[in-house]
Design a protein around this ligand. Structure first.
Ligand SMILES: [Zn+2]
Length: 439
């Protein structure tokens, strides 16, 4: 049995920060080496991913960045879903023979470590000057796979320009919502009850997510959860992010009631315990069946330098719509400094979509530098790059009218003028990704 040293701690950290595949963080936190790699059963040499520079790619993301081009041959991780049809392609390098692709499944082993088993070796088709590798995910749940590109029993040395990763799924385009309030929530301006907030939420989702069928919205209180309710007393404010464990409240996902299990869980807390952060969700968290990555978190208040600021219902709804965009795989239209730091890839300045402009003015403004870590929870905070910033919280003159993408929901800074709608390409991407995710 080969013991295959694979992840160094730095790589783990880098990987998880790099693409915010944060559900995997717990998965790998104690992992310093892999064992349990499968024995080769055929004469083909298995070329395992190299133990550095691990980046993840998400389906239908058009901003994969230079780092993916640079590291595709030596090991890239993918998040895949049952029944999904996937296509990974890149430009032909005519100075090399066509590479083969080796696909690996990553799995936990009984000793608390993780192993990899090779799934298959693929040969590409050539189409339009590109190598195209097609495969189907035959797992029974959301899984993490890795790939390497191989020539002559070693990593492929040719260039891999303009990587694209596409996925098409088998699930419905219908989505229900589950609004879960946690702890004491004071009266919200514009929504005197949770039911009225839910009505505003479902209306906004139907308006914005026009390529989804938004079915039902359920309303639940964390204190009424049949097994976890006692953890969320109704007379206390809940501050998400006081510790890394309570950040996303993912234990409340997969709410145990008929019909609610596979709804998108939108968790409303008193506030998020990070300066000027209004909401968060993982990029392509893509999990509607509970566990890590299964929640979108919003606050009824924002923590500010002078204390806290109450949010009106309209703003809470807008934040929930924005964060849900991340959940289904949308990036910010213009990257923030936190995004660039998070990706570890300075080439991803915007989302890669042709019909979403980006904003040089935001890049130039001081606001671009905000959203950096407040220190205490640096690399270990999931979703760090996907928090929405509160323009009102910074005393920086910033006019959203200067930003051609200010009207789009995935603009990274919330202000009164910003975030009205999705673009056509964003709507297509959202639907495609929803249909990949079991629900
Ligand atoms: Zn965001």
């Amino acid at each position: 049995m080969a013991r295959h040293t694979f992840f160094a701690p730095l790589c783990i950290r880098r990987f998880f920060v790099a693409k915010k595949a944060w559900p995997l963080f717990i998965f790998f936190i104690f992992l310093f080496s892999l064992d349990g790699c499968s024995e080769p059963s055929d004469p083909e040499k298995i070329v395992y991913p190299r133990d550095e520079d691990l980046f993840a790619i998400f389906p239908n993301d058009l901003a994969l960045g230079d780092s993916v081009d640079a590291h595709l041959s030596t090991g890239i991780m993918m998040v895949v879903h049952p029944g999904g049809h996937y296509k990974l392609s890149f430009g032909v390098d005519s100075t090399h023979e066509a590479p083969k692709m080796q696909l690996f499944r990553v799995y936990p082993t009984p000793n608390g470590k993780y192993g990899m088993s090779k799934i298959e070796t693929l040969k590409p088709q050539i189409s339009g000057g590109r190598y195209v590798f097609s495969f189907v995910c035959e797992e029974n749940q959301r899984s993490e796979w890795m790939l390497t590109l191989v020539e002559d029993d070693d990593y492929y040395k040719g260039r891999t320009p303009n990587v694209q990763f596409e996925g098409d799924g088998i699930y419905s385009d219908t989505l229900s919502l589950n609004l879960i309030s946690v702890g004491l929530i004071e009266s919200i301006e514009g929504a005197p009850s949770m039911d009225s907030l839910a009505r505003l939420l479902v209306r906004a989702f139907r308006e914005n997510y026009s390529t989804f069928v938004i079915d039902t919205i359920y309303v639940n209180r964390a204190e009424n959860h049949p097994t976890l309710g006692q953890n969320y007393p109704s007379d206390k404010h809940w501050h998400a992010g006081v510790s890394s464990q309570d950040m996303s409240l993912s234990e409340l996902g997969n709410w145990p009631a008929k019909g609610v299990e596979s709804a998108l869980d939108i968790v409303l807390v008193h506030r998020i315990e990070e300066l000027n952060v209004l909401g968060f969700a993982g990029l392509f968290a893509a999990n509607l069946v509970g566990g890590m990555g299964s929640t979108v978190v919003v606050g009824s208040h924002a923590l500010s330098a002078s204390g806290e600021r109450p949010l009106a219902a309209a703003e809470i709804v807008k934040i929930a719509v924005h964060e849900t965009g991340h959940f289904f795989g949308l990036r910010h239209t213009t990257s923030t400094w936190a995004d660039l730091e998070g990706y570890h890839d300075l080439s991803i300045l915007e989302d890669g979509l042709e019909d979403t402009p980006s904003c040089p003015e935001l890049l130039r403004s001081g606001l671009y530098k905000k959203g950096e870590s407040t220190g205490a929870r640096d690399y270990y905070v999931p979703n760090r790059a996907y928090k929405m910033m509160d323009a009102a919280g910074y005393s920086i003159a910033f006019n959203p009218d200067d930003c051609p993408d200010g009207y789009l929901v995935m603009f990274p800074v919330s202000s009164e003028k910003t975030m009205k709608s999705f673009s056509g390409q964003q709507l297509k991407l959202l639907k495609r990704n929803l249909m990949l995710i079991p629900h």
